[in-house]
Design a protein around this ligand. Structure first.
Ligand SMILES: Cc1ncc(COP(=O)(O)O)c(C=O)c1O
Length: 345
């Protein structure tokens, strides 16, 4: 079943399928055994992404979750602590991987999406000592998924860097959608890159590649990351077929994210009169808060599905609409009219 053909699919930006141009470069990609370091297309992708963020090296990984978990294992040794927000992907949707694979203890600040207060984070850091679990790293998410696609301001990130430096802890960015932040706030990727010890970035979300994420960092870290990836079963062989899709996505699908943001704004405008917009829309995610609405999230999703529109249920009264490469203006018009009618009833 090809869901996207029959429905307007607003569940996630991961539902996109490779474009004809992307498939063409995949079919003709030069490949080798990447576990031997011999896949020229993977090597080119890694060098390209490292340079984009102003770091020495990068490592191709099968998923954003694995890229995050490799980075966390680089920064936090077993029995030590990671700080992040309570809604962070790394502690919400990665099935306890930091604890299960890294022996990492996680402590969270209350979920505030992209509105982080660096002083709150500073106050949570625990130094080395006999009694406490020492903090080794802070992780932030740019853009923030459960935070409705919010963009952490550059000034906040700079403050967090200062906090991390003063405490001697590392700073990681879950940058699955950092491309969207780059487009929304016109911050060069290299400027984001400079602020973090490690980043994970995804090619398979808004950029439309079928598979793939990268860990970005120093040459020393990425050498260790290669071992961790292999240990986790993430060593791939002729992965150049996938890396070619990623390179194509970087060349063709970054600037166009502005279109996704504009379409998300149109959806937000359509649902806003019904008091269900959870937060202002900055990027490609439209968070819905149905706590004051007659329909709960499941009921809205079921009614929308019956009319050919798919949305994500995040909680009993929270839902999400996502714009992406496989959604055009006609799809947005159809979805906006269906959702407005259902919410008005
Ligand atoms: C913010 C964020 N980080 C990481 C991931 C994990 O990516 P993957 O599904 O490739 O493991 C996602 C997935 O949607 C995400 O939204």
């Amino acid at each position: 079943m090809i869901v996207a053909d029959a429905f307007v699919d607003l569940r996630s930006d991961t539902v996109t399928r490779p474009t004809p141009g992307m498939r063409e470069v995949m079919a003709t990609a030069e490949v080798g055994d990447d576990v031997y370091g011999e896949d020229p297309t993977v090597n080119a992708l890694e060098a390209e992404v490292a340079a984009l963020f102003g770091h020495e090296a990068a490592l191709f990984a099968p998923s954003g979750s694995m890229a995050n978990q490799i980075a966390l294992q680089l920064l936090v040794s077993p029995g030590n602590e990671l700080l992040c927000d309570a809604d962070a992907h790394v502690v919400t949707y990665e099935i306890g991987a930091a604890a299960a694979y890294g022996g990492i203890s996680s402590r969270t600040w209350p979920a505030v999406g992209a509105d982080i207060d660096p002083e709150t984070v500073a106050g949570m850091i625990r130094p080395d000592g006999y009694f406490a679990v020492p903090t080794r790293a802070i992780a932030v998410e740019q853009t923030h998924n459960r935070g409705g696609g919010g963009v952490i301001p550059l000034a906040t990130l700079r403050e967090l860097r200062r906090v991390a430096d003063e405490a001697g802890v590392a700073l990681h960015c879950d940058g699955a959608r950092i491309w969207h932040a780059h487009v929304a706030d016109a911050v060069p990727l290299v400027e984001y890159g400079q602020l973090f010890d490690t980043l994970s970035v995804c090619l398979s979300k808004g950029l439309g590649a079928p598979v793939g994420s990268l860990v970005v960092g120093s040459a020393e870290k990425i050498e260790r990351a290669r071992l961790i990836r292999k240990r986790m079963g993430g060593g791939m062989r002729q992965a150049g077929i996938l890396a070619a899709a990623g390179r194509y996505a970087l060349a063709h699908h970054v600037d166009r994210l502005a279109e996704d943001h504009a379409r998300a704004a149109r959806l937000a405008e359509a649902v806003a009169p019904f008091g269900v917009l959870a937060a202002p829309v900055r990027t490609n995610l439209v968070p819905l808060d149905l706590s004051k609405h007659a329909l709960d999230a499941r009921a809205l999703a079921a009614a929308a599905r019956a009319e050919g529109v798919l949305i994500s249920v995040l909680g009993p009264r929270t839902a999400r609409l996502v714009t992406h490469l496989d959604l055009d203006d006609a799809g947005v018009t159809r979805a906006a009219s269906v959702l407005a009618r259902l919410l008005a009833a």
